[in-house]
Design a protein around this ligand. Structure first.
Ligand code: NCD
Length: 333
């Protein structure tokens, strides 16, 4: 199996490592990836052949636009190649093959795997079976570490830091895996006040709340009204109500439009607040918000690609021409 590392270990090299949650990456390595992605952003032509001959396999058992295309573009922009499938119907799982067997097979073809699966824990199973690094591209309602890397890069570029922030997370906090990954990671950097805004049916799972409680410098408040707290926020992370994870269509329809961020609500926010969303959006952000400078969600998309370039180049062990690998691992921009 490709190894996973304990959080915050002194081992500062991602080469050969799998990433099932960002707990597999030390905070100094996350800072390193943020710095590497900024370098890539300014040196796209220089890095365009860095991964020549490397192959990414995208094993997507669940629909995706951004994440799959972002992983694929990231590898192509590093000069590598891509194989894979984009739905379970097109793969041998439809004949009854296990994730482990598929991943053991693909380990013979590729240098790195990105896997998305509707079941929580699928990426961990894949990482155990694989002899190459496996990156979790979303496992059910559990975790989505590379979306968190995109979110961190966006916070970093908007605020120059990923600590000392009041962050509102709004919508489906039960099934939104991007929310779970983001909270888990911000807690490790510390000094974040979380305002968790959801209907009572879609509250944050206990294991995620426990992470906040365990972090000495972070705190949370659970509320159901967005307008009464929006003025306090540095960042507002909107989420889609995760239709595909509901057991009952009526519940989904009842909860879907609980929060709609529009210009009227945005008028109550700080002029510097950043609005993030992992996308896809359904109704939860009105499209006229897109033109407001506070809207950061399309920046997040670009940051996602850059962070995946940084991560994949690291786990496949290639160096980027001109990038200083060993500079101090600062968090600040
Ligand atoms: C998110 C996901 O798949 O969890 N999208 C993404 O990867 N950018 C959020 C969502 O689907 O709502």
């Amino acid at each position: 199996m490709a190894e996973r590392i304990p959080p915050d270990s002194q081992f500062d090299n991602l080469n050969g490592r799998s990433v099932v949650t960002l707990d597999d990456v030390s905070t100094s390595q996350i800072s390193y990836l943020l710095r590497k992605a900024r370098f890539i952003s300014n040196h796209l032509p220089e890095v365009s052949q860095a991964a020549a001959g490397k192959i990414l396999a995208t094993l997507f058992y669940e629909p995706s636009t951004r994440t799959r295309l972002s992983f694929e573009t990231a590898m192509l922009r590093l000069g590598g190649h891509v194989i894979g499938f984009s739905s379970a119907q097109n793969a041998s799982v439809s004949k009854g093959e296990s994730i482990s067997d598929t991943v053991k097979t693909v380990s013979n073809y590729a240098d790195v795997v990105a896997i998305r699966h509707p079941k929580e824990g699928a990426a961990l199973v894949a990482a155990h079976a694989a002899s190459i690094p496996v990156i979790n591209a979303g496992d059910g309602g559990h975790m989505h570490p590379t979306q968190t890397l995109a979110d961190l890069a966006t916070l970093q570029s908007r605020f120059g830091r990923i600590t000392d922030l009041t962050v509102g997370l709004c919508g489906d906090l039960t099934f939104g895996r991007t929310v779970h990954s983001l909270i888990e990671t911000l807690c490790r950097f510390g000094n974040v006040r979380f305002i968790l805004i959801s209907p009572k049916e879609l509250r944050t799972p206990q294991y995620v709340l426990d992470r906040i409680t365990a972090s000495e410098s972070c705190s949370y408040e659970e509320v159901s009204d967005l307008t009464s707290v929006i003025g306090d926020l540095d960042a507002l992370y909107m989420t889609r109500v995760q239709k595909e994870r509901f057991f009952n269509e009526d519940d989904y329809l009842r909860l879907r439009d609980t929060y709609i961020l529009d210009m009227e609500k945005l008028a109550l926010a700080k002029p510097t607040m950043a609005v993030l969303h992992p996308l896809p959006r359904v109704t939860e952000i009105s499209t006229d918000v897109d033109n407001d400078p506070r809207a950061a969600y399309f920046e997040q998309v670009r940051n996602g690609m850059l962070m995946r370039m940084a991560l994949m180049s690291s786990v496949v062990g290639i160096t980027l021409p001109g990038f200083a690998e060993d500079r101090p691992q600062e968090v600040q921009a």
